[in-house]
Design a protein around this ligand. Structure first.
Ligand code: GLN
Ligand code: ZN
Length: 761
């Protein structure tokens, strides 16, 4: 018998393991220290662990198939048979073929990886062509349903929806220019139909199909494809009930399309799109469906205002056949559990990680079904925490607020560029085509060891600083030996380019075990920005001035920009992002000022995440880019005309942010370009960029050492687009993840190529 209701649920759950067990098991398998059976065993334990936690929490409907060895989009590609020929030809078994697609092997690079919408999770980009043979090739969703069922736990398998799958795919190498992966939707829906039939035969009651691609702008043809696909899937005779989940934003016209489709449920993200609570009751077609109201934020770590969520839920009563409650999106994007964290108790009481969010959903579900009285204690506790947070002194700093209030537009403006350029030319006296690097040098085992020793107390701060100074000196001597023009201190003291700063700034706290999967086995531990941000003392000045004291070449100070700090943190949700951005910008501004006062003549403010926070819908781009640019300018504009401000950006698609890059008004922009063969320079020319530019001349993501002839070639190409006076020479990004052997040789080749190119000017 089909259970017709969903009640309370979450759209997905973390899978890396409460103590990153999957990370360890994967890395051990990849390094050959353990075998497939051991890896599969860890995976199974993790699945069982999650199902058990979710069942014991009292959720009415438990998501299934949320485990993945690497990535759910890659899983889907394998399930539907979209394994490109070059991986099949490797002749590996199924698990190793899967990992070859994810990570590449010696002979074959991996699939491209990119951001999952506007989150910090990355998925592998499937390659689809006219000849891709879609066929149900893997039964993991069915097997995992059975695995849970054997434990007496009924799950609701979660699949990436067919539209989102194709919209996130790219055309394979054989496809003609006009081909779009979505052209293959009919064939793909056929495979989903087969899978749904198998799931139904295995006893599945509900399936969840994720279609977040419809929170972004979509064409009428794409909306039509959505309508047609769910008309077909909904009309199948042998299928489970279909819950379609749209999240990460406003579904726009897709909401109406889905509401009128023959599906059984719709999950809507009311956290990023609270206005949907108003449009939902007006939709026709919801009366025979379940509406899963996504009221608990799946992507941020704050406790839910349960009273407010219940009020929203109440307005939705009657607008659907069943009103269920859930998270806004999968809980993949938050850490497991706040309970074991050793965070200041007051701040901790404001937080909810995955386990706490599950409990919130359960509480909301009970309140809706049995009335608020049934969960009075939980509501009281939540209310007390919300009230405490709203009035907490520690989240508000009147000095910071007064300072932000007093800002005038001219505080974010520097003198005209020609004035700065001439002033900097005099003070810096750099040769044409100045050479530099992006900041970090390889993080050696010794450096990591020193950091670990400081953390566990086996060395003290003085010894630690001494070790870092030794490393800085080595890096300076190396750069002098190589003949670089603008040096860096190498960033040995930075564990991470955001975490490092967050540890100095007021308004941030951090976790010990708050890991979130970024991709595959890679996890990040985002800092928590809970209050007004200020910089009590200098963060980088000692390192930069020490480095500068060792050399007569200019040493570039290295800072992370406000947008990137926000993008890679869990950010407070009690004020507009723009207000928080201004506070962070002022903190960076203070650091720029102190670096300058200490004699540092070049300061680089990195914004690699500028594009990441770009809203999914084009109508919101302008507003975002305005404040993003403004906060960068605020951070950098106190610099004297003679101080050269650099910025660094690294991602491959600049299209939507190209005007913003110009508007940052940095004196020099270093930008990833090696893989795109300098194309970005033409794009910058097209939008009237006239300042210094350092297109990356070699790709640091690969261990390959570029020959000097290749670099010369790229420099020639760059000179076609940019006059020598404006061109800088640098790698694509920081060198932190590479080895010294690679870096030394690559930089030597870069310097040789520059010398040759200069000689021909
Ligand atoms: N300065 C940083 C580094 O070199 C920049 C890193 C980045 O762009 N992601 O490591
Ligand atoms: Zn970079």
């Amino acid at each position: 018998m089909l259970t017709s209701t969903i009640g309370s649920t979450v759209l997905g759950y973390p899978r890396i393991g409460p103590n990153r067990e999957l990370k360890r098991a994967l890395e051990s398998y990849w390094s050959g220290s353990s075998d497939e059976a051991e890896l599969r065993d860890v995976a199974r334990q993790l699945r069982v662990g999650s199902w058990t936690v979710l069942r014991d929490s009292g959720l009415d409907s438990i998501p299934g198939n949320t485990f993945s060895y690497y990535d759910q989009v890659l899983d889907t590609a394998v399930t539907v048979g979209a394994v490109p020929q070059r991986y099949r030809e490797l002749g590996l078994d199924s698990l190793d073929t899967y990992f070859a697609m994810a990570r590449g092997v010696e002979s074959t690079p991996p699939l491209e990886m990119t951001k999952w919408f506007d989150t910090n999770y990355h998925y592998l980009v499937p390659e689809i062509g006219p000849d891709t043979t879609f066929v149900l090739s893997d039964r993991t969703p069915v097997d995992q349903f059975r695995e849970a069922a054997a434990l007496g736990i009924t799950t609701r398998p979660v699949l990436v929806g067919p539209l989102t799958f194709l919209l996130l795919s790219k055309s394979d190498g054989n496809a003609p220019e006009a081909f779009r992966p979505l052209d293959r939707i009919d064939d793909l829906v056929g495979v989903y139909a087969d899978l749904l039939a198998e799931l139904r035969r295995a006893g599945v009651e509900w399936v969840q199909l994720d279609e977040p691609a419809f929170a972004a702008d979509r064409t009428p043809a794409e909306l039509e494809a959505l309508r047609e696909a769910y008309r077909r899937l909904g009309s199948l005779t042998e299928r489970p009930k279909l819950l379609v989940a749209g999240y990460f934003g406003d579904l726009g016209d897709a909401l109406g399309v889905l509401a009128s489709s023959p599906i059984d449920g719709l999950a809507v993200d009311l956290v990023t799109d609270p206005a949907a609570a108003i449009s939902l009751p007006t939709q026709t077609g919801m009366q025979d469906k379940t509406l899963v109201a996504g009221l608990v934020d799946g992507r941020n770590i704050w406790r839910t205002d349960l009273d407010k969520a219940l009020t929203t839920a109440t307005t939705l009563l009657g607008s659907a056949g069943e009103l269920a409650v859930g998270t806004s999106c999968s809980l993949l994007h938050v850490p497991y559990d706040v309970e074991p964290e050793d965070i200041d108790p007051q701040i901790k009481s404001w937080l909810a990680f995955a386990a706490q969010k599950v409990h919130e959903v359960v509480t909301l579900g009970k309140a809706l079904r049995k009335g608020r009285g049934a969960v009075a204690t939980d509501l009281d506790v939540a209310r007390a925490a919300i009230t405490d947070r709203a009035s907490a002194d520690r989240a508000r700093d009147s000095h910071v607020r007064v300072r932000v209030e007093a800002l005038r537009p001219e505080d974010a403006r520097r003198a005209d560029y020609p004035v700065r350029r001439d002033a900097q030319a005099t003070t810096l006296g750099l040769p044409p085509l100045p050479t530099t690097t992006i900041g970090s040098f390889p993080q050696t085992t010794d450096v990591r060891k020193a950091r670990a020793q400081l953390r566990n107390g086996s060395i003290d701060e003085t010894i630690y600083r001494q070790r870092m100074r030794e490393e800085i000196e080595r890096v300076i001597r190396l750069q002098e030996d190589l003949g670089l023009d603008v040096l860096v201190h190498g960033e040995p003291e930075r564990n991470d380019m955001v975490q490092y700063f967050s540890e100095y700034l007021e308004g941030f706290t951090s976790t010990h075990n708050g890991w979130v999967q970024s991709y595959g086995s890679r996890c990040v531990r985002p800092p928590i920005l809970f209050g007004d941000v200020s910089r009590p003392r200098p963060m980088t000045v000692d390192w930069a001035t020490y480095a500068q004291s060792l050399t007569s070449q200019p040493v570039k100070g290295m800072l992370t920009g406000p947008v990137t700090i926000l993008a890679w943190s869990f950010v407070r949700d009690d004020q507009p992002l723009v207000d928080t951005a201004k506070q962070v910008a002022l903190a960076i501004r203070d650091e720029v000022h102190d670096l300058e006062t200490a004699g540092i003549r070049i300061v680089q403010v990195d914004e690699p995440a500028l594009r990441e926070l770009l809203p999914l819908r084009a109508v919101q781009h302008k507003e975002y880019l305005n404040w993003a640019v403004e906060s960068f300018r605020l951070a950098t504009s106190s610099a004297a005309d003679t101080t050269q401000i650099h910025t660094h950006l690294c991602y491959s698609e600049f299209g939507d942010v190209i005007d913003a890059i110009v508007a940052l008004d940095a004196d020099v922009t270093s930008i990833e370009a090696a893989r795109s063969r300098m194309e970005v320079l033409d794009d910058l020319n097209d939008v009237g960029y006239t300042k210094g530019v350092g297109p990356g001349v070699y790709d640091i993501h690969s261990p390959r050492v570029p020959q000097s002839a290749e670099i010369t070639h790229l420099l020639q190409a760059a000179l076609q687009a940019v006059p020598a006076e404006r061109l800088w020479v640098n790698p694509d990004c920081g060198l932190k993840t590479r080895s010294y052997a690679e870096v030394e040789q690559a930089l030597r080749n870069m310097i040789a190529a520059t010398a040759q190119t200069r000689a021909r000017l």
